[in-house]
Design a protein around this ligand. Sequence first.
Ligand SMILES: Nc1ncnc2c1ncn2[C@@H]1O[C@H](COP(=O)(O)OP(=O)(O)OP(=O)(O)O)[C@@H](O)[C@H]1O
Ligand SMILES: [Mg+2]
Length: 359
Amino acid sequence: MFSAGIVVRLLPGQVPQDFAKAAPAMAETWQVHAVRVTPWRPGYVRVAASAADPLAAPRIPAQRGSGRLLNVAVGVLETGAPWVVDLRQIPHWLIVGATRSGKSTLINALVAGLAPQPVALVGIDCKGGMELSLYEPRLSALATNRTQAVRLLAALVDLTTDRMAVCRTARVRNVWGLPDDERPVPVVVIVDELAELFLIANRGEKDEAHAAGTALIRLAQLGSALGVFLVVAGQRVGSDLGPGVTALRAQLGGRVCHRVADPGTAEMALGDLNPDALKAAQAIRPDQAGTAVLASGDGWERARSHLVSETDAELTASEYAHLTPDLPQLRDAAGAFATGKYAAAATVVIERLDRDDNA
Ligand SMILES: Nc1ncnc2c1ncn2[C@@H]1O[C@H](COP(=O)(O)OP(=O)(O)OP(=O)(O)O)[C@@H](O)[C@H]1O
Ligand SMILES: [Mg+2]
């Protein structure tokens, strides 16, 4: 999709970074949208100029995914290639952005792609379920307030621990090593608005927030080997939400940064991975909703999600409702009227996690 490209041989002493640094100046001189510099072969760089932003009107490929488990094409990259979220490759994701920047739309695209697959989807939406209750028919469990969320997260930690025991007995390192007919269903946990879990008003809430944070970190640490994946979205993901947030971020290897309102959030999402990505994220304008900078340990790219409306996502969720795995231990834990074992689970999990932390 780039309109022109040249290959440049480096002179002795020159490094690709010299060209990368000069890219914005080249774009200005040539009066083009952007210049991107990529290493080509040893001693060469490829300099590509695009006349207009290829993400302004991206082409939507007919195929939404590769058909592989936990692999979804959620949008397009600046190069025109599909933007693929592959949870087998990068299991946990942090999605940030200001209000109306495109976080929920990206989650819609992800849910629409996962709904037809043999996976369990679990929602945590402490804005009263405003965003995720749309998909309820396809969700194995949904928590709509923090008390439910803490119980659900505790049940997820238990499920992960049970799976660990299964793997140990079978002498395999992860669930993928189990025979197909014994492998437990992959569980994708979607959290829309992380801040709702962490912001606190009083001492009672502090314990809940602490329990939620600790359980999320546990899931991120253990989850991918045991078939539990995290997709966490938030408007603000700063350390002001509490020390747990920084620890959680470190475990979420995939980052998506939409337009942000405060530089701190972009920094939190991308800064530790790539300073150039940070600049690209800060240049996203309000009229470019859905545009984002993606980063992982391997580098960064600009991309735009497919505009999957709430209605489309809702329809897909009902269409595949019959595929929803029944996970009673999660459903009951998140239920509004949890009784017996789970009614007191929040307190128990706080005590247990604290005990573990001090051990
Ligand atoms: N990929 C996209 N392409 C085109 N328009 C988009 C895209 N993503 C989002 N939008 C537009 O931006 C609007 C807001 O997006 P969305 O609801 O996903 O934002 P959000 O980040 O979840 O906001 P909030 O924090 O308020 O929940 C959408 O209703 C849509 O009009
Ligand atoms: Mg939203």
